[in-house]
Design a protein around this ligand. Sequence first.
Ligand SMILES: Cc1ncc(COP(=O)(O)O)c(C=O)c1O
Length: 379
Amino acid sequence: MIYLDNSATTKPYKEVLDTFVTVSERYFANPSSLHSKGSEAEKLLGQARKSIAQLLEVAPSEVVFTSGGTEGNNIAIKGIAFQHQNRGKHLITSSVEHASSHESFQYLESQGFEITYLPVDHDGLISLEDLERSIRQDTILVSLIHVNNETGTIQPIQEIGKILKEHPKIFFHVDNVQGVGKVDLPLKECGIDLCTISAHKFHGLKGNGILFVKNGVSLSSLFTGGEQELKKRAGTENVAGIVAMAKALRLILQESKEKRENLFEIKQFLIEELRTIDGIDINTPISSAPHIINFSVKGIKPEVLIHSLDKRDVYVSTRSACSSRQGGASRILLEMGLGENRASTAIRLSTTYGNTLKEAELSLKILKEELINIKKVMR
Ligand SMILES: Cc1ncc(COP(=O)(O)O)c(C=O)c1O
């Protein structure tokens, strides 16, 4: 199997699965229960919070456990909007956010908030001048994706943070679901107030995530009925998944220190080879995340190519897993001005540290063969 769909999800590390099983067996009590078993689970939860905080270089009180990226983005965006609406109802985001942010903003628009969707250039980048120009007296939130899940475009978060330092009343939320372990993001240095992270994108388990909420930032809570997670996210914590996520975070950060160059090498190889194939356009900008390669294949429906590769045991995707079943053109590629044809024929390859150059070579060989087969059938 050659699995090149790591931006949709990653295979959990063996150590993560072992941790999950051990904790589920030994510490299954509810961490909010008053008896000693509950206290043991609570203690373990506290230790996981501390290790995650250390790895992210933040305080333990700034780590809120969630069910993943979609929830984190919803809590951050709607939570800030509803809590601080008396100060202003203007919010700024980009036109290339993940659906979980994009649709949160659309919902807020229906609730009387005013949203500026910053446009992007051909590389998928917002302009800092546009951002500065769109800031108003009543702006309360800027929310942006760090690494784009379809193209690997990296928004200049540090520079944006610098601009927002001049506007201390505006909260800054970053969706870093695709960046963890692949593109560094020092939360404090970048002036970030809230940051969304999801465990299954770095070999943790699905259904676990982190929302970094800077100390002092108040949020209206989306869920009611429990006092967990500093009242920011009601609901019994998934202790085993959280402890396993702490392990995954430690392991991915270690791998990223040792092997990030490998990812760049594989990406470079794939892009150079793809460029030589007739009818292929590369959509990923030159300077981008090391693990995402997006390209369009003229005249071939992505579903057809995905299924032919699948039969050869190579797994790729069209765009984000959440919107891949919708079909049609990619909203992100359209916003980049790449046109309907390119936007509706896009394929995404996404790697991680387990992938090798040999796999990349083999998958390209198979891709070339399958393109010939598909074209033969189409004739
Ligand atoms: C950039 C980005 N944000 C948010 C999400 C949603 O994360 P989750 O699958 O954990 O809900 C994804 C998932 O693909 C993503 O790529």
